[in-house]
Design a protein around this ligand. Structure first.
Ligand SMILES: NC(=O)c1ccc[n+]([C@@H]2O[C@H](COP(=O)([O-])OP(=O)(O)OC[C@H]3O[C@@H](n4cnc5c(N)ncnc54)[C@H](OP(=O)(O)O)[C@@H]3O)[C@@H](O)[C@H]2O)c1
Length: 264
C-alpha cells in the first residue's frame, strides 16, 4: 500500500474517532449483512452501539464481536413492525446510555415477486419494516436530538428507490427517500444531519439468489459511518452505479424495455 493511501486511511481514522468517541448509535437490522457490518464499523471508531433486529442469537454474536475489541454494545431485540417495540428500543437506549446521537434506519426486506402475487400480509410487512418502522424510530429519537441540537439520521434506501424496478420494494424505498430528503430540510437548522444511502447490489443474504458479481457490505458500512463526519444528502454506493442511475433517469423508456423482458 502506498504511503499516500496509508496516510489517507490514518486521517479518516483520526477524524472518525474524534467525531464518534462515545457517541450513542442505534443500528436497525443489525443482526446480519449491512447492519451488522455498520455496527462493527461504528464500534471500531469508538462509538457505543445498540443493535436492533429480531434474531436474538445473531444479535448476541454481533455484540460479542464488538465487546471483544473493548467497545460497548448491547442488543435490543426489536420487531420493527410493532410500534411499541420501536418506542421501547429508543426508551431502553436512553435508559442505558442517556441519549441517542445517531440512528441508522437500515432494516429492510426485499422481494422481486410481481405485485399481483403478493398477499395483503406481505404488502403490509414490507411497508411496516422498510418504511413505517424507520419513520417511527426517527419520530422517537428526534425530540432528544432537537433538544440537544445534535444528531444524525442515516437511512438505507436502495437504487430501487431511485429507479423504479419492483413495485412493492420500490414503493417503500421511494417513500423512505422522500421522507428522509424532506426531513433533512425540516431539521437542518436544528443541528441534525439527515442522509440517505442508496446501495446497488451488495453481497448479503438479501441478494443471495443473484449471480452478479458484487461487493460485500463493508462498502456500505464505511459510507454510512463516513456520513457522520461529512453529512451529505444522498450517496449511491458503489459509485459505479452513478452513471447507470443517470441514464435510467434520463431515458426511462430504456428501463421499461429492459423490465418488459423480465419474467416474474
Ligand atoms: N443487499 C443488497 O443488495 C441491498 C441493495 C439495496 C438496499 N439494501 C438494503 O439494505 C438494508 C440491509 O439489508 P441487507 O442487504 O443487509 O440484508 P439482510 O442481511 O437480510 O439484513 C436485513 C436486516 O433487516 C432485519 N429485519 C428484517 N425484518 C425485520 C423486522 N420485522 N424487525 C426488525 N428488523 C428486521 C433483519 O434482521 P432479523 O431478521 O433478525 O429481524 C436483518 O438484520 C435493507 O434495508 C435493504 O433493503 C440491500
Amino acid at each position: 500500500m502506498s504511503v499516500a493511501k496509508i496516510s489517507k486511511q490514518q486521517e479518516r481514522t483520526v477524524k472518525l474517532e474524534r467525531r464518534l468517541r462515545d457517541e450513542v448509535v442505534i443500528v436497525t437490522g443489525a443482526s446480519s449483512g449491512i447492519g451488522a457490518e455498520t455496527a462493527r464499523e461504528f464500534a471500531r471508531h469508538g462509538a457505543q452501539v445498540v443493535l436492533a433486529a429480531r434474531r436474538v442469537s445473531e444479535l448476541q454474536a454481533q455484540v460479542a464481536a464488538i465487546t471483544s475489541i473493548g467497545q460497548r454494545a448491547i442488543a435490543i431485540p426489536t420487531d420493527l413492525r410493532e410500534s411499541e417495540q420501536v418506542k421501547r428500543l429508543v426508551a431502553q437506549t436512553r435508559e442505558q446510555f442517556g441519549r441517542v446521537d445517531v440512528l441508522v434506519n437500515n432494516a429492510g426486506i426485499g422481494s422481486l415477486r410481481s405485485f399481483v402475487s403478493l398477499n395483503e400480509e406481505e404488502i403490509e410487512e414490507m411497508l411496516d419494516v422498510n418504511l413505517r418502522g424507520a419513520l417511527l424510530a426517527t419520530h422517537a429519537v428526534l425530540p432528544g436530538m432537537i433538544e440537544r441540537r445534535h444528531g444524525a439520521i442515516i437511512s438505507v434506501a436502495s437504487l430501487a428507490g431511485i429507479v423504479p424496478i419492483s413495485p412493492m420494494y420500490s414503493a417503500t424505498k421511494f417513500g423512505l427517500r422522500g421522507f428522509a430528503l424532506s426531513l433533512r430540510r425540516e431539521v437542518v437548522k436544528k443541528g441534525i444531519a439527515v442522509s440517505v444511502v442508496s446501495p446497488g447490489y451488495i453481497r448479503t443474504s438479501m441478494s443471495a439468489g443473484s449471480r452478479f458479481p458484487m461487493p460485500g457490505p463493508e462498502v456500505v458500512a464505511r459510507t454510512i459511518v463516513d456520513l457522520t463526519v461529512r453529512p451529505r444528502r444522498e450517496v449511491i454506493v458503489p459509485v459505479y452505479y452513478n452513471p447507470l442511475v443517470g441514464i435510467a433517469q434520463a431515458f426511462p423508456s430504456l428501463i421499461d424495455f429492459a423490465m418488459s423482458r423480465v419474467r416474474f
